[in-house]
Design a protein around this ligand. Structure first.
Ligand code: PGA
Length: 248
């Protein structure tokens, strides 16, 4: 059985002192033994948040990472730095990074590999734009993203990845995908994984839905057969996040 996961993506919000306050509030309420709870926070908030949640079940994730070990890459964060700071998860290939920072499928594949090399769990994002959905190419487009992201990754490693399906038109818009739409794509992603790696990987790998998840829609979304939890943006900054973690 796949354990559910609810990961908050704080994006570019919360100064270090605000982050400590928020983590302090949520760590006692966002608690559910049946759910892995992760706060993915801005790089500068990682160390204070790791300290704040110490002794609880909350895990800390980064929102990005570079694929080189170290060196002359001004402004980037290396995997060793994350690990040493106490990070266990890292969001890779979020649509905002693909769009605003021009991250390509090839870069994303390098980042997924590098994260796995350092025992960081990648939360790999994929998802179509509204134009692509209207054109009817959603499943083909996402299949391409998945194949590119998993290129040259072994089955043993692939199973550790958490995939997040986030339709771009549902992110931050309040326009959540219906549970049928979300299930259809998450199921198709699982079938993509099955055709690359086989049943043992496909049946175990976790696939989250993201895009306007809130306390009202979480239970229905997470009840879908192929949806193993959520990647939550806006609502991860509010007390509501605890209700998403305790969705049932
Ligand atoms: P949202 O963001 O929940 O604010 O739509 C989700 C995400 O971008 O991960």
């Amino acid at each position: 059985m796949r354990k559910k996961m609810v990961a908050g993506n704080w994006k570019m919000n919360m100064t270090p002192s605000q982050a400590v306050q928020l983590a302090g509030e949520l760590k006692n309420t966002a608690v559910n033994d049946e759910v892995d709870v992760v706060f993915c926070v801005p790089a500068i908030d990682i160390i204070p948040v790791v300290n704040e949640v110490k002794g609880t079940a909350v895990k800390v994730g980064a929102e990005n990472m570079y694929y080189e070990e170290k060196g002359a890459y001004t402004g980037e964060i290396a995997p060793d730095m994350l690990v040493d700071a106490g990070v266990e998860y890292v969001i890779i290939g979020h649509s905002e990074r693909r769009e605003y920072f021009k991250e390509s499928d090839e870069m994303i594949n390098k980042k997924v590999k590098k994260a796995l090399e350092h025992q960081l769990v990648p939360i790999l994002c994929c998802g179509e734009s509204l134009a692509q959905r209207e054109e009817g190419i959603t499943l083909t487009f996402i299949k391409g993203q998945i194949e590119a992201a998993f290129a040259d990754i072994s089955a043993e490693d692939a199973v550790k990845v958490v995939i997040a399906y986030e339709p771009i038109w549902a992110i931050g818009t309040g326009k959540v995908a219906t549970s049928e739409q979300a299930q259809e794509v998450c199921k198709a992603i699982r079938e993509n994984i099955r055709s690359i790696y086989g049943d043992a990987t496909a049946d175990v790998i976790r696939i989250l839905y993201g895009g306007s998840v809130n306390a009202k829609n979480a239970a229905e979304l997470f009840a879908q057969e192929d949806i193993d939890g959520g990647l939550v943006g806006g609502a991860s900054l509010k007390p509501e996040f605890a209700n998403i973690v305790n969705y049932k």
